[in-house]
Design a protein. Structure first.
Length: 360
């Protein structure tokens, strides 16, 4: 898929979802309305990347997304656009073959969840708690959100006794995570999706080129991450550890995080002297899909910024259903996600289709 073709699309359509119109009301410090963003995007398109990123960054502010009819809200951090080196150098200790080759990448500005999606947020959709709280649909947004498919009932408590309120949601397939994003988009009127693998690494590195966003020495990893040495064999409440330079918590450890991409064993190299614009590998099969960041059960070297992991059937080994569920990875107690909201995102007549059967 060419960069030229991708430029004709809003990157959000990679997820196979159409964005919805932004509501008129905006929280204090929130992003511009959809109409303002659309007009601004036309102006941005005329600028060189560095100037475009600077202008967008000036417009963007962190904000809190409240979910109507509930007492649940979450914070998003503004991530400036820029260029970075994706992948790890061959000299990095613990480096694996799938972490390269390194390539220069351009990323457009976006907002990213300050923390991983928690059960408090996820259950509003998965158990229809938001719908139960408000009763009948009160608005077009409610009706749109109510139309989004929800998971079947899980066969067991999916927290597995590790904690619920304030803890990261886990064990969902990529399809389930994307459906949550679809529901959240419909409910809030703002377009949310999973990050691409390139966006995720850019956000994690936050301008650094070291093994971790705080440096190369894992001796201080415990200040930033829950992992094998300090987790006591369980995940922890989000946002308890130090944030990275962008203000994002738990980018290393706690739970690994879904990305949109298909897992491939090596990156497509870029052209010499040129940066790839928003690279993305569209999934064409159920397995494998990318997860990043490492988790509470991983060793320190598996939490490095460039480490990659691909989904596999073994993540559903304990699923009692036949055929296996499209919603749950019953054995992936290490797996969650966080959401992003691209800034330069506007409705398009084009849509990248992805069959539901491949979205797991």
């Amino acid at each position: 898929m060419t960069n030229a073709f991708l430029r004709t699309l809003s990157i959000g359509f990679i997820a196979g979802m159409l964005p919805v119109t932004a509501p008129a009301a905006q929280e204090q410090g929130a992003a511009p309305s959809a109409s303002k963003a659309a007009a601004f995007s036309e102006e941005l398109a005329k600028l060189e990347p560095a100037a475009r990123w600077k202008r967008a960054t000036e417009e963007m502010k962190p904000y809190r997304q409240e979910i109507a009819d509930t007492d649940v809200a979450f914070d998003l951090v503004a991530i400036p656009g820029g260029r970075f080196t994706m992948g790890t150098p061959s000299s990095e200790e613990g480096r694996k073959d799938d972490e390269g080759p390194q390539r220069e990448v351009e990323i457009e500005p976006f907002w990213m969840g300050k923390c991983e999606v928690t059960w408090d947020e996820y259950d509003l959709w998965s158990y229809a708690l938001e719908m139960q709280a408000r009763g009948e649909a009160k608005s077009a947004l409610d009706r749109s959100a109510d139309a989004v498919t929800r998971p079947t009932k899980p066969y067991t408590d999916m927290t597995f006794g590790m904690g619920h309120d304030g803890f990261p949601a886990i064990c969902m397939t990529q399809f389930a995570a994307r459906k949550y994003c679809e529901w959240l988009s419909a409910k809030t009127g703002r377009f949310y999706r999973l990050p691409t693998e390139a966006e995720w690494e850019y956000a994690c590195r936050a301008g650094t080129k070291t093994a971790y966003h705080f440096g190369d020495d894992p001796a201080t990893l415990g200040e930033y991450a829950w992992f094998d040495e300090n987790s006591e064999a369980a995940y922890h409440k989000v946002g308890q550890k130090k944030a990275n330079p962008f203000g994002l918590h738990d980018m290393h450890g706690n739970v690994a995080e879904w990305c949109l991409d298909k897992y491939v064993e090596s990156y497509a190299p870029g052209e010499a002297g040129k940066a790839l614009w928003m690279p993305f590998v569209k999934p064409d099969a159920e397995y494998r899909r990318v997860a990043r960041g490492g988790s509470w059960e991983d060793f320190a070297e598996d939490l490095r910024s460039g480490v990659r992991r691909g989904s596999e059937p073994a993540w559903k080994q304990k699923d009692p259903q036949l055929p296996k569920s499209i919603w749950y990875f019953t054995d992936a107690l290490f797996l969650g996600f966080r959401v992003v909201r691209p800034y330069n995102e506007e409705p398009s007549k084009l849509k990248l289709e992805e069959p539901v059967n491949l979205g797991r």
